[in-house]
Ligand binder design. Structure first.
Ligand code: KIV
Length: 273
């Protein structure tokens, strides 16, 4: 590809300007160089090296067994295949339990190619978010259903249906934005709550099972290709794009990008009201 026709890398500024323009963007997980290359080629704006790899690659029944070594290995692989997408990596379970540990582990992911790190939790992460962002490490705060807390939450279920819990989530999202979070990711929350939070924040909000009104959408790549291990129960927000593709996996990835950008995915059947 000539340098003239080459697209520019996606940065936080790109996503910020999409939010201002009301332009939707598509995000997807990847765990290796091959998928990262195809996703980047399809126009995926943010690639997440998710700790979901513990379930879809390693066969565990939760994300808890994933280690920093796993995340470093897969982030390195994805970074080699990625061309222009913004590369986000998860800090796994217990990798950000104290502030020094958070700094050290986030730095390790940035040094193998991550451009932003994702942490699961609410207001308790404000100080870590401030520390990281002041030191040049952008943070994506993951709220709503936070799979690393599955044992406390008691199951993979919608969060924020109770009005008090919804108010708390809105307040905590604002706290994390003020602490310096660059992106918020909302998982499994009702449509109206995701809309309210997206409108209340200046930073881009990415949703999964959070309805059509967030600025971006994300899915686990195995889910959108129908290759999730059979013992994982698929949530209602998943759509398999492969059967409709006439160009295999590359076609399915492009169809997902188009559907998100045109506001056709998620459809009402993928949402919690
Ligand atoms: O680990 C992951 O893949 C995630 C997505 C579900 C957003 O956090």
């Amino acid at each position: 590809m000539s340098t003239q026709s080459r697209k520019r890398p996606v940065t936080l500024n790109t996503l910020g300007s999409y939010k201002k323009q009301g332009k939707k963007f598509a995000c997807l997980t990847a765990y290796d160089a091959g998928f990262a290359e195809m996703e980047s080629k399809a126009g995926i704006e943010v690639i997440l090296v998710g700790d979901s790899l513990g379930m879809v690659l390693q066969g565990h029944d939760s994300t808890l067994p994933v280690t920093m070594d796993d995340m470093i290995y897969h982030t390195r692989c994805v970074s080699r295949g990625n061309d222009i997408a913004l590369l986000m990596a998860d800090l796994p379970f217990m990798a950000y339990a104290s502030e020094p540990q958070t700094l050290e582990n986030a730095a390790a992911l940035m040094q193998v190619g991550a451009q932003i790190v994702k942490l699961e939790g609410g207001a308790w992460l404000a100080e870590s978010t401030r520390l990281l962002s002041e030191r040049g490490i952008p943070v994506c705060a993951h709220m709503g259903l936070t799979p690393q807390s599955i044992n406390r939450l008691g199951g993979y279920r919608v969060q924020g249906r109770d009005p008090k819990q919804a108010e708390k989530m809105i307040a905590e999202a604002k706290i994390l934005e003020s602490a310096g979070a660059s992106i918020l990711l909302l998982e499994c929350v009702p449509v109206y709550l995701a809309r309210e939070i997206t409108e209340a924040l200046a930073i881009p909000v990415i949703g999964i099972g959070a309805g059509p009104d967030t600025d971006g959408q994300i899915m686990v790549v195995h889910d959108m290709l129908g290759i999730t291990p059979a013992d994982i129960k698929l949530p209602k927000f998943v759509k398999n794009f492969l059967p409709e593709s006439t160009a295999g996996i590359q076609g399915a990835l492009s169809a997902y990008v188009d559907a998100v950008q045109q506001g056709k995915f998620p459809a009402p059947e993928h949402c919690f009201t």
